[in-house]
Design a protein around this ligand. Sequence first.
Ligand code: ADP
Length: 298
Amino acid sequence: MEIKIEHLEKEYKNHFKALNDVNLTITDGMFGLLGPNGAGKSTLMRILVTLLKPSGGKVYVNGKELSENRKEVRSMLGYLPQDFRFFVKLKTWEFLDYAASMAGMTNKKERLKAVDEMLESVGLFDVRNRYANKLSGGMKRRLGIAQALIGDPKIIIVDEPTTGLDPEERIRFRNILSNLSQKEVIIILSTHIVGDISSTCNKMALLNEGSVHFEGGPEEFVRLADGHVFRTHVLADEMKNINERYPVVSSVPDEMGYEVELVADKLDGLKGEVITPNLEHAYVYFMEYMAKKEGATV
Ligand code: ADP
């Protein structure tokens, strides 16, 4: 599978430009689309699932242009929107059965088997007879995932999937997706939560103000912050000043004040040791220093 996005633009009716010359190539595996709120992630996702028309540019799915092959592409898609809700009063299994028929599963026996298996794999089998709107927040989210995954979609698009989930649910969700990423499918995970872009993402992009600022492997992204993350000790009464001067990633009280991890282009007069960056450090470094440099693209 391959999705090729070429010179994609989206200008909303109020002339707000939400996407600006977006170019991306997405192949099998998990692709993480990271960016702050308002970056244009949902706009891009909605274009990919054919709910929104771009103002310019093209999307190709396995070489076929999206707007000319909407029906065919839709049949390959599973989508979990950011604001997934149930509009109909159905039991959990009925809702999934409905989603399965919408995904093209016409054989009732096969469909019911697939529904049971899916309920089992997202941990909702025990509540299958409960009305979907009576499920807990986390369970609703899981049902959202289940409806996106049923019918063996070749392209799975999940928009901010872990928002509102507790840590346990979040891990469970990541595991479901990473198991799937072993198959020959494309999974696009859009998120503003750095922790969602785990090592299971073989590729990622950083979207900021409608433009792609980085495209590559997560480890490559982390390397951008090499030499820019520091550990230092700060006296209690200096802490305010440090917070004003640098993005502080963590601060832990110690005997003198605080042990601080911070991100900086360079340490001006402050003593500190360079530490190995992680993905969160790299994101903070990128947003605070690189994205602000005009036209920064890596
Ligand atoms: P994200 O998913 O990264 O938070 P969105 O794609 O939802 O970003 O939004 C990108 C930008 O486009 C935001 O500034 C948002 O306010 C704006 N936007 C989204 N939908 C519309 C719309 N229908 N009309 C005008 N502006 C919109």
